[in-house]
Design a protein. Structure first.
Length: 280
């Protein structure tokens, strides 16, 4: 009887405060809060401060238009702006694809051969020392004015980071492991394809994020200097006409495109090289 009474009391006892369940956001909700809600809230806060400041200090629209002014232009001229944004996106992606493909091939060649590395690398430094915008007049003489200028400039801007980072990553990948595999009968091409390149994937995708930004900047510069279409050309027209709202509408599209391209590169990187990073 005493034993059963003790069990009943222990069952009715209130658990300590430390053992009480606490409410926690699901893991996916915390991730959405950190990656989506907070950045968007910060942007909306900046736009609110911007709107209030332009109205309070009576800033002329051609100097600094209010967010409501250039967002209304963005809506009213959405058909033309989207068409120009499409041209910019196509030129950026084409230049990026060409630059990454060539950069990956040359970087792999340099990384797998010390002789090729010593022979090619100084020339790459010399080419990279010349700003891409300085080469645009040469490209105009070669291919004429048009969207192809933006593609070529974007390709050159994205070529260098991929080549250098891939070459360095492959050249520095576990020489001891390479020697062991070679002693076991593996060919050099097998070691390159199955060991060196997979180990260099995290560095490669790091260079991809630099390359997509470089291709985007190169495309915009080419459109501003020698383009007849694209958002860069819209910026030139807006500047010549002192149309501040149109210029900032173009900048809004450029910022959105740049963030979108960067996020796509990050998602692909996490998908392909998630094994190389910590989970927590």
């Amino acid at each position: 009887m005493t034993l059963s009474l003790g069990k009943a009391r222990s069952a009715m006892a209130v658990p300590p405060a430390d053992d009480e369940p606490r409410f926690r956001l699901p893991k996916i909700s915390r991730r959405v809060l950190a990656n989506v809600f907070l950045p968007i809230s910060f942007v909306l806060f900046l736009l609110l401060v911007w709107q209030i400041s332009t109205q309070a200090f009576h800033i002329p629209p051609y100097i600094l238009p209010s967010p409501s002014a250039f967002l209304s232009v963005l809506v009213q001229r959405s058909d033309v702006l989207l068409m120009m944004a499409k041209q910019t996106a196509e030129a950026t992606l084409m230049g990026f694809a060409v630059g990454v493909t060539v950069g990956l091939a040359i970087g792999g060649l340099m990384g797998s051969s010390r002789v090729m590395y010593d022979m090619i690398y100084p020339s790459l430094i010399g080419v990279h020392a010349v700003p891409s915008v300085a080469l645009i007049p040469v490209f105009i003489v070669w291919v004429g004015i048009g969207p192809q200028i933006a593609v070529i400039t974007g390709a050159i801007a994205s070529f260098f980071p991929v080549t250098v980072i891939v070459a360095s990553a492959i050249a520095a990948s576990s020489p001891e492991l390479d020697d062991v595999l070679r002693s076991l009968g593996a060919r050099k091409i097998d070691v390159l394809l199955k060991v060196s390149i997979p180990q260099a994937l995290p560095q490669f995708f790091g260079s991809i994020k630099l390359a997509i930004s470089g291709a985007f900047i190169g495309t915009i510069v080419a459109e501003i200097v020698a383009g007849s279409v694209g958002i860069g050309h819209v910026m030139v027209i807006a500047t010549n006409n002192m149309d501040g709202p149109l210029a900032y509408a173009g900048l809004t599209i450029l910022a959105t495109m740049g963030v979108t391209l960067y996020l796509i590169a990050v998602l692909i990187e996490k998908r392909m090289t998630g094994w190389a990073y910590r989970r927590n």
